[in-house]
Ligand binder design. Structure first.
Ligand code: 5GP
Ligand code: ZN
Length: 113
């Protein structure tokens, strides 16, 4: 198993866990880009957005609901937050196991860099 996030989910690499259930895992990013920077990851290995299949719709929807819950628990929901999922090289994707970035706690710029 060479995937970093599969290793994290298998608890082979220690992380600061924020949330977990049967299908989703959430942790603090090791290199935070905002005061709140959490990664929401499916337990199922899906390499990129392009690999999301017809069986994954509920899982992807659940990831957004978990993001919603974490933003609410962290008390940043009212102020606002950004959800980002990078896909492939030019987007900046570096870990090829899909993950939703939850960024909050500062004003975000648009367009993103
Ligand atoms: P990407 O660039 O693929 O969209 O996002 C990958 C994210 O994973 C980056 O924000 C990076 O900081 C984070 N990351 C990479 N390795 C680790 C790690 O070992 N632990 C944690 N907690 N985050 C990691
Ligand atoms: Zn994986």
């Amino acid at each position: 198993m060479s995937c970093l996030f599969c290793k994290i989910i298998a608890k082979e690499i220690p992380v600061k866990t924020v949330y977990e259930d049967e299908t989703v895992f959430a942790l603090e990013d090791i290199n935070p880009q905002a005061p709140v920077h959490i990664l929401i990851i499916p337990r199922k290995h899906i390499s990129t957005v392009l690999d999301i299949g017809n069986d994954d719709h509920a899982l992807i929807g659940h990831m957004f609901q978990v993001a919603n819950k974490i933003a609410t628990d962290k008390k940043v929901a009212e102020r606002g937050f950004r959800l980002v999922m990078n896909c492939n090289r030019e987007s900046g994707q570096t870990v090829f196991h899909i993950h939703l970035h939850l960024l909050a706690g500062r004003a975000m710029h648009w367009p993103p860099g």
